[in-house]
Structure formats: C-alpha cells, structure tokens
Design a protein around this ligand. Structure first.
Ligand code: UT7
Length: 317
C-alpha cells in the first residue's frame, strides 16, 4: 500500500510498581496477577504528563528515522488519556519537538496506534506528505480506580512512536468497530452545565473482564486470518506478530487457535502491563531495536480494546 516505517521509538516512565507493591494497596498477590494476567510490574508516571511521554517516544523515533522535526508533515497521536480535551496531545508534541505540521489526536483506545497508523497511511496515499509521526501515548494511572483490584493491576503508563514515509511495505490493514459503552469504558462524567444537576467528573476505567477477554481472543484470531487472506499469505508465514499486550492468556489462546507458536508473538506485558494505545508501538520498537527483523520479513500488528474496536495490519519489513 502506501507507507513504510523508517524509525521507531518508545519511552516508559521511571517508576516501577511491582505486584508486591500493589498487594499493599488492594487485596491481590503476585501469584494471581502473574498467572491470570502475565504482568510482573508496570511503569507509573509520577510527574510526566501524557504529552511528556509522547514527546520522548517521538524524539527517539525521529532520531531513528534520521530526520529533523521540521521535516514532519503530519502528527497523529492515539490516546484516551490526553492531558486536556484541548489542546490535543499531538499539538503539544508538535510544539515541544519544534515541528510545524498539522497535528491531531484520535481516540480508539487500545487499538488507537493502529487506527492512527492507518490514518497516516491514508494521508500519505492522498499525496503531499513526506513524513508522518504516529504516536500511541497513555498515562492510564490517572484514570484507574486504584481501589478496584480487577483493573488497577492490569494497566501501566508509556508511549511508543513511529515515523512513516511513502513506500510499499504496509501491505494490508483492517479496522473494526463494534460500538458499545457497556463492556469497556472510561466515562467522562456529566460535565459542568448549570442546566441540570452537576456531579464531580470521575474518570475511571470500567471493564467487564471476561467479556473483553472473549472479544479479544476472537478479534485477534479473526483479524490475523483476515489480513493474512488479504495479503495472500497464511498466518504461519508471519515471522512475528506484535499484539496488544492485555493479558498473556489472551495471546496464548489466540496463538493456539491460529496454530502459530507462542515464540513468534512479541511479549513484554510482564514488564509494562497494558499500556493501551502505546502497547503495540512500544512492542514494535523493542522488536526493531532487538535486531531480530530482517528486510523482507512479514510481520503483523494487531490490537483490540475499548470502542469496542480492533485492528490488524501486515507489514513487509
Ligand atoms: O486493553 C483492553 C482490553 N482488556 C482486556 O483484554 C482484559 C481482558 N480480561 C482479562 O484480562 C481478565 O478477564 C481479567 C484479568 C480482567 C480477570 O481475569 P479472570 O480470569 O477473568 O478473573 P475473573 O474476573 O473471573 O475473577 C476470578 C476471581 C474472582 O474471585 P471469585 O469471585 O472467584 O472469588 C475475582 O474477584 O479472581 C478475583 N480477582 C482477583 N484476585 C486477586 C479479580 N482480580 C483479582 C486480583 N487479585 N487482582
């Protein structure tokens, strides 16, 4: 199709919160979290904003791409934890890195980075864009209910980014939305109007874990089969699959249904937990920097989450 990835970067905040740390806060333990979710520790931002995390990931991606911020023609940031409703996180990144191009956010929860990547691909296909910066950045610790053991143990903060340019490495993509505010949401509160009874806005993740789990396994399996069909390959031709890091059991089940060995799935959930839209971007950056990818390798990226939404694409490296 229309793009190639020319540089990736990621950043996670310094503070590490272990499962044992969480067991001091809620009724949980390392064994449950490790076995049921696969997380051992996550990073939590103490003072850095979502935009701060995004800027650091973006600067690393720009450096890896070997371009300057002035050479960017577009910035698209995926986030559900922007620091403000306005300005967008992308606009704050634009100012901080010294770019001059249009910048905007999109919201598609944990699938957000792949929706943003596809958006950049569409802009590049339209023409006139030499380099686009695509970011997934989240400070989920700000919207978690830290008294709810079924959600607070899962998530973490972080950011990942990629610089894309015109090319033909992005072979196929698929975006999926099944509108629903019942399974997984971050309600924004009733707001501030004087024309009805006010209430304090309370932003917090509300999730029906098992329904989300079933949706996730089904979407990874269906989406990987679908994009493989679209690319004219079979899933076992994929050298790596970079999945959203929500639960290692989700990935394990999807791997078995697809008949793909678990070793081909990139996993870092143990270290970062679920960083929503940042998760695929961080995982891709770690894969790239590990040196494991060779030119010509076929890889798939896939994600699922609030919306409900899911997305997948196949890239020839
Ligand atoms: O990125 C967005 C997408 N999100 C996801 O993909 C998340 C998908 N869902 C999941 O990953 C899993 O459903 C969870 C990790 C959220 C929960 O795991 P589960 O195996 O579905 O557990 P459950 O909700 O069925 O709960 C089993 C038990 C319950 O206790 P009882 O009722 O059996 O006595 C829970 O109260 O585990 C209990 N429990 C915990 N125990 C210790 C729930 N959370 C915890 C905890 N520590 N943190």
């Amino acid at each position: 199709m229309s793009i190639r990835i020319i540089g990736t970067g990621s950043y996670v905040p310094e503070k590490t919160v272990t499962n044992d740390d969480l067991s001091q806060m809620v009724d949980t333990n390392d064994e449950w979290i490790t076995q049921r979710v696969g997380v051992k520790e996550r990073r939590v931002s103490v003072s850095e904003t979502t935009a701060d995390l995004a800027v650091k990931a973006a600067q690393r991606a720009i450096e890896a791409a070997g371009i300057s911020a002035e050479e960017l023609d577009l910035i698209v940031t995926a986030t559900v934890t922007g620091d403000s409703l306005c300005p967008s996180t992308a606009a704050l990144v634009q100012a901080a890195i010294g770019a001059k191009c249009p910048a905007f956010d999109i919201s598609s929860a944990c699938s957000g980075f792949l929706f943003a990547l596809d958006t950049a691909a569409a802009f590049i296909a339209r023409g006139g864009i030499r380099h686009a910066l695509v970011i997934g950045a989240e400070r989920l610790s700000r919207v978690l209910d830290w008294t709810d053991r079924s959600t607070c143990v899962i998530f973490g903060d972080g950011a990942g980014a990629a610089v894309v340019a015109p090319g033909d490495n992005y072979l196929v993509s698929h975006l999926f939305t099944q509108g629903n505010d019942d399974v997984l949401s971050i309600p924004a509160g009733k707001g501030n109007s004087p024309f009805y009874e006010r209430e304090e806005p309370v932003y917090k993740v509300v999730m029906k874990g098992q329904e989300t789990f079933r949706f996730a396994v089904r979407r990874i399996t269906d989406d990987i089969r679908l994009v493989s069909d679209m690319a004219g390959i079979t899933p076992d031709q994929l050298k790596y699959i970079v999945p959203h890091q929500a639960n290692s059991r989700i990935i394990d089940l999807a791997a078995r249904k697809l008949g793909i060995p678990m070793e081909r799935f990139v996993l870092n959930i143990e270290r970062y937990g679920n960083t929503s839209s940042a998760s695929v971007a961080i995982s891709l950056d770690e894969l790239v920097r590990s040196g494991a990818l060779q030119p010509g390798d076929l890889i798939a990226l896939c994600a699922f989450g609030g919306g409900l939404s899911s997305a997948a694409c196949i890239i020839r490296w």
